[in-house]
Design a protein around this ligand. Structure first.
Ligand code: FES
Length: 514
């Protein structure tokens, strides 16, 4: 087994405290319920409260601990390579809206930090997308040209502050970075109180559109005129966003670096093998964060190798020997390259969603909060049409491709994991196939069974059928989780749900003693 260094926790989490907010244990009435306490939900909640609404944020775990607490936390409208493609696909006017809305989100964060005096290690930085070889140089030049045409603070450069040479880079000036969880916890503290609420450790199990809407969590209910669902992928299936997005996992390692060796700025490479690089203050020290190694959720089992590849890159390019932190995160790529923000469906006037931020959730999530706040206070927003969540998006080809890859045994009939499980005979010889600290999916009596054995040798069996829509989960060895390749639902080693769209745990099965 590969031994990795450092704490297996996001730096943003380990450097802030958790548990500031109580769980929902009673019934509450507000104007707007917000399901999901990440950057989109908390920004919407903060702006709505400031506009005079009573709000309640309901988060399944700790606020800002999922996608938002696992990002590189760059505040930038430079989104690797996006603008040349947006112009080609949608024309200059629409690409300009994407550019302007992301720049506006950057400035919204800056003004909230200033106005609310939020201490969150904020600093202005230049941002770069770089090509290490001449292979991607044309794309870099095209991106610089497109970004300049859209009025962004962009230029083409052939040198960067990185300690290695590049063939060329797009540079955006006056972008920024921060400690995202310090920022979001501060926003949450300002939301909670005076008739508004932030609830943690409260998993929402259903959202019913009515007058008022009803949001049910395990131990309480929120009634509200409107509901915003910002659970990375909406837990509400009606808009088919699970099919209009594609779930990606990516990895980050962080290590102390001497100030004189640290590059000044924020960086991202090109293509699928990109590396994302930035620094972050850690008390008197400075950390270097290196991200990348993304893949489709559930497609890779030996995920330790992903961390190892990042560690090797840090060693080669920056001379790093040991790492302090490692973590992974999950994002949703939108099928058409644009976030979905707005009504859940054409028919529903009271439920809104925001998803599909395509790995750029800091600004896309912030602009989602701004746009949804405008919608709910009746203010026209010039970005609303571009991001309209009910726009037609072709996804049938992608679903067909996934069926070809993962087989056709994914049946929605089995989605509750109940199918025939009582007749599955799991015995000690099955359990012996799984080593300590490992998980494996076995076929037993024609059923897929997920078996996990903990470090002390105690084994347990669960149905490997994802309760969302019935795909088969796969083991993720570095994160010790069961990951669903279809829509990115995830479960911990013992089957407890950790990622939407799933809201139910894997079904635990009886088995013989281990
Ligand atoms: Fe949708 Fe598993 S089937 S997340």
């Amino acid at each position: 087994m590969i031994q990795l260094s450092g704490q297996h926790t996001p730096f943003w989490m380990s450097s802030t405290s958790e548990g500031q907010f109580r769980p929902l244990t009673h019934n509450v009435f507000v104007d707007v319920a917000i399901v999901g306490g990440g950057i989109a939900g908390l920004t919407a909640a903060f702006l709505l409260k400031r506009a005079g609404k009573k709000v309640a944020v309901i988060e399944a775990e700790a606020i800002a601990s999922k996608a938002s607490g696992r990002t590189t936390a760059k505040i930038t409208s430079l989104h690797q390579l996006v603008y040349a493609e947006l112009i080609e696909k949608y024309g200059e006017a629409k690409a300009r809206i994407y550019a302007e809305s992301n720049q506006a989100a950057l400035e919204q964060i800056v003004s909230l930090i200033k106005e609310e005096k939020i201490d969150c290690d904020f600093s202005r930085q230049d941002a770069y997308t770089f090509a290490e070889s001449a292979d991607n140089l044309d794309k870099i030049k095209a991106e610089a040209e497109a970004a300049i045409a859209l009025g962004l603070p962009a230029s083409f450069v052939d040198k960067t502050p990185l300690p290695f040479g590049v063939a060329g880079a797009v540079k955006f000036t006056d972008q920024a970075q921060f400690h995202i969880r310090k920022y979001l916890v501060a926003l949450a503290e300002k939301i909670d109180g005076n008739g508004s609420y932030v609830f943690e450790l409260s998993r929402v199990t259903s959202v019913e559109s009515d007058e008022p809407c009803v949001v049910k969590a395990e131990n309480g209910t929120v009634k509200a005129q409107d509901v915003i669902v910002t659970t990375n992928l909406p837990i509400t299936d009606e808009g088919l966003f699970f099919a209009k997005t594609s779930p990606k996992r990516s990895y980050i390692v962080a290590a102390k670096i001497d100030q004189d060796k640290a590059p000044d700025g924020m960086f991202i490479g090109c293509g699928d093998s990109y590396r994302s690089i930035r620094t972050a203050p850690d008390g008197d020290d400075l950390l270097l964060l290196i991200g990348g190694e993304g893949h489709q959720v559930g497609d890779v089992t030996e995920t330790e190798e992903r961390y190892l590849a990042l560690e090797e890159y840090g060693h080669e390019q920056f001379g790093i020997e040991t790492y302090d932190y490692r973590w992974s995160g999950q994002d949703l790529k939108s099928r058409d390259g644009l976030p979905y923000i707005g009504n859940l469906t054409d028919e529903d006037e009271h439920i809104f969603i925001a998803t599909g931020f395509s790995l750029w959730g800091v600004t896309n999530g912030t602009l989602a909060g701004m746009l949804l706040c405008d919608r709910l206070v009746g203010k026209e927003n010039p970005w609303a049409e571009l991001y309209d969540a009910t726009r037609p998006v072709s996804f049938l080809d992608e679903e067909k491709k996934r069926k070809e890859l993962f087989g056709d045994d994914d049946s929605a009939d089995d989605a509750d994991g109940d199918s025939n499980d009582k007749s599955i005979k799991i015995n000690s010889s099955h359990l012996k196939e799984v080593g300590n600290g490992e998980g494996k999916v076995l076929s037993i009596d024609d059923e897929k069974v997920a078996i996990y054995r903990d470090e002390n040798g105690k084994a347990m069996a669960m149905s490997a059928v994802c309760p969302h829509l019935g795909c088969t989960v796969n083991w993720n060895s570095a994160e010790k989780s069961w990951d669903c390749p279809c829509h990115g639902g995830r479960y911990d080693s013992k089957g407890a749900v950790i990622n939407a769209p799933a809201v139910k745990d894997l079904k635990v099965l009886d088995c013989a003693s281990s």
